[in-house]
Design a protein. Structure first.
Ligand SMILES: Cc1cc2nc3c(=O)[nH]c(=O)nc-3n(C[C@H](O)[C@H](O)[C@H](O)COP(=O)(O)OP(=O)(O)OC[C@H]3O[C@@H](n4cnc5c(N)ncnc54)[C@H](O)[C@@H]3O)c2cc1C
Ligand SMILES: Cc1cc2nc3c(=O)[nH]c(=O)nc-3n(C[C@H](O)[C@H](O)[C@H](O)COP(=O)(O)O)c2cc1C
Ligand code: SF4
Length: 644
């Protein structure tokens, strides 16, 4: 019996059969052209996932109304007939792999600003602005409602013409249909507001009207948020009844997500349970007879996915970020190569990139979005490459070099693979993710026959015994030292994490409110300490993306960790710290002080010069060049390794 027998069993949705229970949900990429048309970048990005074995692919939010309903950036669009040929090309390219393809018909509604709509006011059921700086929407008239519904209907006709296997309607995450559904954003007193029946009318009407034009055999799947997760928003009990309305209206399947722009994000992060969102799909499934899709961290824990299907809690599972991180995940599961999966680390750097008006990027898959350009092909000439340092940078370099046919040796001074990424996994809340990444590097190195020399402090002599054509120094960064009186009394965060707390107990002040300081604080809290974080800048989480910042602030709150921003430490004394805070001198008493004030470049010039003087090509990359995140160092390693 196949290990994931149920996950790899087919399912019927209306007239089509999907080869397995794995669906890639819509994920906005910002890869499209500025006018919303398809390009090679999107095709190759999705083709990699289609090839990887997923059963169906839902195209990212696909715009039905460019004037009033487009997402910020450059979403794929289907608002005009002229986009059909491009979409058709995409669809046939993906269908070659036996994958079913759906567009996600999308109107942004009130979760938008005029400045991103060429000055047009966003539309909504009522004049209730979405929190977070969005514009007050124009209250839609009956005519506007009719106009918007027709936009979806026209887009559905085009979807069929473009060869899609069915349509998805994006009624989740606060977008237009959900804005009508939500009691928080819909304050209307006419037939489109008030009772659940009235608030559901827009979505129900969409399903019925789309059905009229696409015919009985064409699948319509509706995505909505089972709960809105905000005060005054939609609750699950109503979500379940709404699901029944959709079934009655003619939807063939339902995809149950959660939240919207005003809530926590529906892409669960490190520390959240791997099935934290499934309860909503499970509740819906109990009350409808059509297939139900569950979402949230699926694929990151394959055995759990199989169990969810086996237990009949859901019928299909969305593998979102897990396929961004590893497009081949389904094939690896099916072929018994599970240990080769590069599991998503749930850091939401991908979403963070969107907020910075970038195309999506992945912390651990440097090829994401570059499939069309950065191809891993055999090198013209096989080289002997020595890499110093087995952190994420060195490991990515080693893997890519080895895939290109080079002979690779890694020298690592410690007794393990992963560098600081291993230490990052010492805090409980992200241990599974970070250690799984280290394990992935280890497995691939072993399977590819990369020569890993642990406990090896690299020197010119050792390096020369391997007769390299090229040496890569990726020795990472080192902690900065505090420069205040009494600094020697403070422990270093890395020592604390690596040495099971280093004997620290009681009340602790952690100096530094960035990622490392927060991880250390959470670690010490788990050990029973009372923890305070002080940060010199006006905000903690300084350089982290918005999603991580929100998530970490929530963890800090839940763990009852006190924080002081704009606190500049002046001295460490036997009884605690003294610093300036809000223009006055403040003293915080504690039993221990831990320093987590950041990292500096490691000075490798001696080794570099020695290697270079010996006539060997040598390059320094990674964290010791100043980048403090896995995403930057793996990207740099990958790109550079393609050049050898
Ligand atoms: C607590 C903590 C939490 C973090 N959390 C995150 C996070 O959530 N997300 C994120 O993106 N980043 C995080 N980081 C940062 C991330 O770990 C680093 O950006 C990343 O590890 C840098 O990779 P690297 O390969 O360049 O260097 P490193 O990971 O530092 O690896 C360098 C390696 O070189 C080895 N080495 C050094 N000198 C020699 C020598 N002479 N000979 C042989 N080997 C040598 C070292 O032992 C080490 O293994 C965190 C860091 C810490 C400390
Ligand atoms: C980068 C990114 C973009 C997303 N864009 C969309 C989108 O366009 N439409 C949508 O319905 N959901 C979107 N989502 C939500 C995902 O479809 C999915 O429901 C969510 O990430 C949880 O699944 P996962 O944990 O498997 O990633 C996006 C998620 C990510 C990470
Ligand atoms: S960026 Fe982070 S959360 Fe997004 S897919 Fe990659 S590993 Fe997962």
């Amino acid at each position: 019996m196949e290990k994931y027998e149920r996950l790899f069993s087919p399912i019927q949705i209306n007239s089509i059969e999907i080869k397995n229970r794995l669906s890639m949900p819509a994920m906005f990429t910002k890869f499209a052209n500025p006018d919303g048309s398809i390009n090679e970048r999107i095709v190759e990005y999705l083709e990699a996932r289609a090839k990887g074995g997923v059963g169906m692919i839902v195209l990212e939010n696909t715009c039905v109304d460019w004037e009033y309903g487009r997402a910020n950036g450059n979403p794929i669009t289907i608002h005009k007939d002229s986009y059909i040929p491009g979409l058709y090309e995409l669809v046939i390219e993906l269908q070659k792999y036996g994958v079913k393809v759906f567009p996600e018909l999308h109107h942004v509604g009130r979760e938008q600003m005029s400045k991103y709509l060429d000055g047009n006011q966003p539309w909504g059921p009522s004049a209730v602005a979405c929190e977070g700086g969005y514009d007050i929407p124009k209250v839609m008239t009956e005519d506007d409602i009719e106009y918007a519904i027709n936009k979806y209907v026209d887009a559905a006709i085009r979807s069929k013409q473009a060869g899609f296997d069915g349509v998805y309607i994006h009624g989740a995450h606060g977008y237009l249909p959900y804005a009508f559904l939500s009691p928080k954003s819909n304050k209307r007193t006419d037939r489109w507001g008030g009772s659940l029946n009235n608030r559901s009318r827009f979505a129900v009407e969409l399903v019925k009207r789309v059905r009229n034009v696409v015919g009985a055999g064409y699948p319509i799947i509706f995505r909505f948020s089972g709960e809105e997760w905000v005060e005054g928003g939609l609750e699950l009990a109503e979500g379940v009844v709404f699901a029944q309305y959709l079934e009655e209206a003619g939807a063939d399947a339902l995809d149950v997500s959660g939240g919207g722009y005003e809530s926590i994000v529906g892409s669960p992060m490190q520390g959240q349970a791997f099935d934290s969102m499934i309860y909503m799909a499970e509740a819906v499934k109990k009350h409808v007879g059509i297939p139900v899709f569950g979402t949230g961290s699926m694929g990151m824990y394959p055995a759990l996915c199989e169990q969810l299907i086996a237990d009949g809690k859901v019928d299909m599972l969305n593998f979102g970020r897990s396929l961004l991180a590893d497009p081949e995940l389904p094939n690896k599961m099916k072929q018994g190569r599970e240990d080769e999966i590069r599991h998503c680390i749930r850091c939401n750097e991908c979403l963070g990139a969107l907020d910075e008006n970038q195309g999506i990027r992945c912390a651990i898959n440097p090829q994401l979005g570059r499939e069309y350009k950065d191809k891993v092909i055999l090198a013209d000439k096989k080289k002997n490459i020595v890499i110093v340092g087995a952190g994420p940078c060195g490991m990515q370099y080693a893997i890519t070099s080895s895939e290109r046919g080079h002979e690779v040796t890694i020298m690592e001074k410690s007794d393990r693979i992963g560098g600081l990424a291993f230490i990052a996994g010492i805090s409980n809340y992200k241990q599974k993710e970070l250690w799984s990444l280290c394990q992935y590097y280890k497995t691939i190195a072993y399977k590819r026959g990369i020569n890993v020399l642990l406990n090896t402090d690299a020197s010119l002599d050792i390096i020369q015994t391997y007769n390299p054509d090229k040496v890569i120094l990726t020795t990472g960064a080192e902690p900065m030292e505090l420069n205040v009186p009494g600094a020697q009394k403070a422990a270093n965060a890395l020592d604390v994490l690596e040495n099971d707390g280093n004997g620290i107990t009681g009340r602790v002040v952690v100096i530094g409110g960035s990622g490392v300081g927060i991880d250390t604080a959470l670690f010490l809290k788990d050990k029973g300490c009372e923890v305070i974080i002080v940060e010199m800048l006006c905000n903690i989480c300084g350089e982290l993306n918005g999603y991580l910042t929100k998530h970490l602030k929530q963890l800090i709150l839940q763990n009852d960790i006190k924080t002081y921003s704009s606190f500049c430490v002046k001295e460490i004394t036997d009884s605690g710290i003294i610093g300036s805070f809000n223009g006055r001198i403040e003293q915080l008493n504690c039993d221990h002080v831990v320093s987590a004030i950041g990292f500096k470049r490691r000075d490798d010039s001696t080794l570099h010069n020695a290697i270079s003087s010996a006539g060997i090509d040598v390059e320094i990359i990674g964290a010791q060049c100043g980048s403090g995140h896995i995403m930057e160092v793996t990207r740099k390693a990958f790109v550079n390794a393609l050049m050898d």
